[in-house]
Design a protein around this ligand. Structure first.
Ligand SMILES: [Fe+2]
Length: 284
């Protein structure tokens, strides 16, 4: 019988020294989502993004290649096979364009945001619209593979989700440390980025990718529903977890793990996996 894993100590979420170390050892060395190749179709096109505490510029060179300030290992090198997996679920993804973006400033450490994202133990209680209308909670599976964490579920047979057909899959591809691509039923594609701004401040960036610069009425309805329910429902939760980390009485709670390492809505196996990735990066 192996010892039950517990969460990280509170100072991992509140100590500015740890945050500075993470910026240095994680955020300047990893592949992260900053945009879509469609934003850089022509030579000279560029986009700016924030990686850790550094501003970067990505541009399309005259020879057609992409150039960024950081030369990090590509997505294909970071997680072999993942590009093919995304394309198998969302074959039209490469042709999409940025249709809509919303941001929210979380008063929480970046790890709280990505831990929250990568466990669905809280979903049935917190995300009623998601678990009743978008996915069937009992079908939800979250599997870790190196720096990738893949979420898979099927839509309920009867769904209130405007574009969804019953039983279609929901798939999400998280890539450590702070990027995720979500593929919803009905070819709805969106992404998350969590930009670490300070040890207790994280900018959440949610972007929707359709085939035009402006959403249709139906797409806007989906965007509003998503933002007003599943996305915003975590805001207060994440901020309160951060406040808890500062409490003198905080001790890391036991984590609920399944027997096969694949998380469901009844376990949180991906949280210790994330902790292992952070510990390895910081050499702790
Ligand atoms: Fe959540």
């Amino acid at each position: 019988m192996t010892e039950q894993r517990r969460g990280l100590d509170g100072d991992w979420y509140t100590d500015p020294g740890t945050f500075a170390e993470e910026l240095d050892r994680i955020f300047t060395r990893t592949w992260q989502l900053v945009g879509h190749a469609g934003q850089l179709r022509n030579a000279g096109d560029y986009l700016t993004a924030t990686i850790g505490d550094q501003g970067i510029v990505v541009n399309r060179l005259a020879d057609g290649s992409l150039h960024a300030m950081y030369n990090v290992p590509s997505l294909a090198d970071t997680v072999p096979g993942i590009e093919e997996e995304v394309l198998a679920v969302a074959p039209t993804a490469p042709g999409r364009t940025l249709t809509h973006r919303r941001t929210h400033l979380c008063h929480a450490n970046w790890k709280i945001a990505v831990e929250n994202y990568n466990e669905c133990y809280h979903c049935p209680n917190v995300h009623k619209a998601f678990t009743r209308g978008v996915v069937s909670p009992e079908s939800y599976r979250i599997a870790s593979r190196g720096q990738a964490i893949r979420h898979s579920a099927t839509a309920p047979a009867t769904t209130g989700y405007a574009l969804a057909g019953g039983g279609e899959p929901y798939e999400s591809f998280f890539v450590f440390p702070v990027s995720s691509i979500q593929c919803y039923p009905g070819e709805v594609l969106n992404t998350f980025r969590w930009v670490p701004l300070a040890v207790d401040r994280t900018l959440l960036v949610r972007e929707w990718w359709f085939d035009a610069d402006e959403p249709t009425d139906e797409q806007r309805e989906i965007i509003d529903l998503d933002w007003d329910t599943t996305v915003s429902e975590d805001f207060d939760l994440m901020d309160s977890v951060q406040r808890g980390m500062r409490s003198r009485g905080y001790t890391p709670g036991p984590l609920i793990e399944s027997t096969d390492g694949v998380a469901t809505v009844h376990s949180e196996d991906t949280v210790p996996h994330l902790h292992d990735l952070v510990r390895t990066a910081l050499g702790r």
